[in-house]
Ligand binder design. Structure first.
Ligand code: ASP
Length: 586
């Protein structure tokens, strides 16, 4: 028997019990006559005590133990003289009577404690050591809890969990596919799924009625910060449902998850149209933990001789409460920030609504105190507040102001990770213009149904057609998205046509789905949650990497196993991959 108890369970009520524990040496302290060791396992830390006077040999053996040695001890639970209130086992310690080294350890390359001295690269290379740290382990335990609670919740609602294949044909969801060469079919390739979209729709045609799957998806995108080439979705689909049925079901799921993990009861989730989200927050995923909504002040600012505003399509203001005392330096820093290429604003105009009721702005030359008072009134500013104004082409100004709003929210401490502000964003446009290919793409995906009341605009003004598509936003991040699907072959054909597919191309790529629509496809719709992101938000962290056991780095590499890596020539030959430059692994 390696252990009678784990390292997290013993309490004062166990005093005098003889126990066996196994675990890792977290640290040891030598106090002359006594040696103390913190023994760690997944469940916690228990202090081991060795007394030189009682057993010199044992104590000397304990002093030889290095960090991360795996040991087994036998001993008696005793009361600790100096108690440690910070850990649950802090009232007791083990008076050790026998010690066995189960395995030695090299000195780890970084300290395995809550706050480590190891940088990101070294921790990723030795991820199995990083995973020994409590903070990282707790993140993965949260993930496990979320996955298990999802399964419980959905299975109670009679959802069926179905696995769909990983070696498939491309599904067009806007990203590049990862491809896998087929040895048995020379020069042919599988694609890894960007999502199980078409399969889950086929399961609805098959009559499964309610499907879910916690599933790996793959997208070969240029890695922006905090994107992973493989990620996990909670993927769901339901038949005979309308949009509200989906929203209600998955709002309940989200509420259940936050209740079970954080103990927080969330009220009904607000819903907002995409158009309003863009107008008020300049984003399709607004962080509504705080207000600072945009106000449009064109009519108050134009035709007063300030050319920048006169030429602008849109002039937006936000009110930063209590910021009238911002210094020149702070305002310059913000101006510089919005002018960075990533944000791209031409400048930033401010109006200080001073405590004494006067106004001070960077455009005093063009605007009177009465003018500035009007702007402030429209933005709901009080004395002591600060207005920021950004102008320009409509979509750009909104986007730039959206970024500034988030930055100010962060600066003013309005984005507390312990506060959860969910929001449904609804009625997304069906199509989105793509500059690169000079054509319309499906904003969600090509299987999303249009709002029938808009559909007559599809020829004349395609951008105005809205879709039965929705996103679940949590604290300013998209955590889920879905739609009511097309289930009619003819409508799907028309959609493909508008997306620039010929009938033949559509048939080649999606014939299997369109054929299925001719065999009694029920009305259906669904949603997919990004599990990694959901975990990071519930866990109150910024990076999804912290919630993935073995993540890839920013260049899509796994530095621990060193992947991707070159293949041997005979392997390439077998896969009929010709002309690959022979690269020898270092
Ligand atoms: N397949 C979609 C996605 O991955 C989600 C859905 O429409 O259910 O975004």
């Amino acid at each position: 028997m390696y252990r009678s108890h784990n390292c997290g369970v013993l309490r004062s009520s166990d005093i005098d019990t003889v126990v066996t524990l196994s675990g890792w040496v977290q640290k040891s302290r030598d106090l002359g006559g006594m040696t103390f060791i913190d023994l760690r396992d997944r469940y916690g830390i228990t202090q081991l005590a060795f007394n030189m006077e009682v057993n010199e040999e044992l104590c000397l053996a304990a002093r030889k133990l290095g960090r991360e040695f795996v040991v087994q001890v036998e001993g008696t639970v005793i009361e600790r003289s100096s108690k440690n209130k910070n850990i649950p086992t802090g009232d007791i310690e083990i008076k050790v009577s026998a010690l066995k080294v189960l395995n030695a350890s090299k000195t780890p390359p970084f300290t395995i404690e809550d706050n480590t001295d190891g940088g990101e690269d070294i921790r990723m290379k030795y991820r199995y050591l990083d995973l020994r740290r409590k903070t990282v382990r707790e993140n993965l335990m949260l993930r496990s809890k979320i996955a298990i609670e999802t399964r419980k919740f959905l299975s109670d609602l009679e959802f069926i969990e179905v696995e769909t294949p990983v070696l498939i044909k491309s599904t067009p969801e806007g990203a590049r596919d990862f491809v896998v060469p087929s040895r048995m079919n020379a020069n042919q390739f599988y694609a890894l799924p960007q999502s199980p979209q078409t399969f889950k729709q086929l399961l609805m045609v098959a009559g499964f009625d309610k499907y879910f799957q916690i599933v790996k998806c793959f997208r070969d995108e240029d890695l922006r910060a905090d994107r992973q080439p493989e990620f996990t979705q909670i993927d769901c689909e339901m038949s005979f449902v309308e949009q509200d049925d989906i929203l209600n079901t998955f709002e309940e799921l989200t509420r259940h998850l936050i209740k079970e993990t954080k103990g927080i009861d969330l009220p009904t989730f607000p819903r907002m149209d995409y158009a309003d989200a863009m107008r008020l927050y300049g984003s399709d995923k607004p962080d509504i933990r705080f207000g600072m909504e945009f106000v449009e002040i064109n009519e108050l600012t134009q035709n007063k001789g300030f050319k920048v505003f006169d030429d602008a399509e849109l002039i937006l203001a936000i009110n930063a409460e209590g910021c009238a005392n911002y210094t020149r330096k702070q305002l310059d820093a913000l101006t510089k920030w919005v002018k960075r290429p990533q944000i791209g604003a031409l400048g930033l105009i401010y109006v200080k609504y001073n405590e004494d009721g006067t106004y001070k702005s960077s455009v005093d030359k063009f605007y009177s105190q009465e003018d500035l008072a009007e702007w402030c009134a429209k933005a709901g500013a009080k004395p002591g507040d600060l207005l920021f104004v950004i102008s320009g082409e409509k979509d750009k100004a909104r986007k730039q102001m959206g970024e500034l709003r988030l930055k100010m929210g962060t600066e003013l401490g309005l984005r507390n990770p312990e506060v959860f502000a969910p929001l449904w964003v609804m009625d997304f446009p069906l199509l989105e213009w793509d500059e690169d290919s000079q054509r319309y793409h499906a904003m969600h995906h090509p299987f999303t149904s249009p709002k029938m009341e808009d559909f007559d605009k599809i020829e004349e003004s395609p951008a105005e057609v809205r879709a039965n598509a929705y996103d679940l936003v949590l604290n300013g991040s998209e955590v889920g998205g879905g739609s009511i699907r097309i289930h009619d072959r003819e409508l799907q054909r028309i959609m493909f046509k508008h997306l620039g597919f010929t009938d033949e191309e559509a048939q080649n790529q999606f014939g299997f789905l369109m054929d299925a629509f001719e065999y009694g496809a029920p009305p259906h719709g669904g949603i997919a949650f990004g599990l990694d992101r959901l975990c990071s938000i519930i866990g109150g962290a910024d990076s999804i990497r912290d919630f993935i056991a073995f993540p890839k780095n920013n260049s899509g590499r796994d530095v621990m196993i060193d992947a991707p890596s070159p293949l041997a020539q005979d392997q390439l030959d077998e896969l009929s991959i010709a002309n690959v430059e022979k690269v020898t692994a270092e």
